[in-house]
Design a protein around this ligand. Structure first.
Ligand code: GUN
Length: 308
């Protein structure tokens, strides 16, 4: 059988799920909808991003978010605060953004400096403007299958899966990783689409055996190339959420996922690459969530295909 030969030679047989191209189409849809809202309601959807401190990676993310927000025609409000900003000052800023009708989405970039209580800060955001979907109300709404704001990375994974498969009903999905940001909401979303869902993690017994049962694997553990081809059921769909910096043979820094792409792509039916897979979907979904929040605030129809 061809698959066996390819498995031995590590030759890629899987379809590549191009998250970069898909994120582009999401941004195009968002831009078209934003333009319609401007014309019909005279409103410009707005996203406020709050950055506390000077973490270099966070600065890169925030710059990228601001740039893409403007590119789809939305208003971008950036608030950069010093690393020693007090909790009271940060909470006062969030209260003013909650009250500002030009702001439809609020994102506080994480991690926050240690003296700030992330949970308290996130839960001070108006849940209707919580475009990260991290507020405890949104977590509860998602867990009970109600309309909520959905965390961006899992929403992006869901969009890629729906685009590839159409219906996910009845599929066995294994999510590796139990974080509040990816693993848990991802499992809730897959359950919402009628998958049979297992959440696996570092203490799972026989992790390779559990993963081998999956029609859909979502890897979000943060361990470079942990999931290898021999863990994958032939034909399964593999979504790699990992973004790990490792040193390559030449000493150059390489970006790799949680999945060993070379071996997994010889067995999987479809797979996301790193980079260019899930990564670009996260900001695209942040823009989609901001648009959704704006539509809900104005009582306008929500954009199709951009929500859970
Ligand atoms: N830091 C890294 N990823 C994220 C994210 O998705 N949202 C926020 N708020 N901070 C982050």
């Amino acid at each position: 059988m061809a698959l066996t030969v390819c498995e031995r030679t590590n030759e890629m047989t899987a379809k590549l799920i191009d998250g970069k191209a898909f994120a582009f189409t999401v941004r195009e849809k968002v831009a078209a909808h934003v333009s319609r809202i401007k014309e019909e309601a005279g409103v410009v959807p707005g996203l406020a991003v709050v950055l506390v401190g000077e973490d270099p990676a966070s600065q890169v993310y925030v710059r990228s978010k601001g740039k893409q927000t403007v590119e789809v025609g939305m208003a971008s409000f950036e608030h950069k605060l010093a690393a020693d900003t007090s909790e009271a000052v940060l909470l006062a800023l969030i209260a003013s953004l909650n009250a500002d009708s030009a702001v439809h989405g609020i994102l506080v970039q994480l991690p926050l400096p240690e003296h700030l209580d992330s949970g308290l800060v996130i839960n001070s955001i108006d849940p209707a403007k919580d475009v990260d979907g991290f507020h405890i109300s949104n977590v509860g709404l998602l867990a009970t299958g109600q309309k909520s704001m959905v965390p961006c990375t899992p929403l992006g994974c869901l969009m890629l899966l729906r685009d590839h498969h159409g219906s996910l009903a009845g599929m066995n999905a294994v999510v590796i990783g139990r974080s509040n940001i990816v693993g848990k909401p991802m499992a809730q979303l897959l359950l919402g689409d009628s998958c049979t869902v297992t959440i696996a993690h570092s203490r799972t017994k026989d992790l390779p055996g559990v993963v081998r049962q999956a029609d859909i694997v979502v890897a979000a553990v943060g361990r470079p190339e942990m999931v290898t081809g021999d863990w994958i059921k032939p034909g399964a769909t593999v979504i790699d959420v990992g973004i790990n910096r490792v040193e390559g043979e030449s000493g150059k820094t390489l970006l790799v996922g949680d999945v060993d792409f070379a071996s997994a792509s010889a067995v999987a039916g479809a797979i996301t690459p790193v980079p260019g897979g899930v990564g670009p979907m996260t900001i695209a979904c942040l823009l989609a969530n901001t648009l959704t929040a704006c539509c809900r605030a104005l009582d306008l129809p929500e954009p199709e295909g951009l929500t859970a």
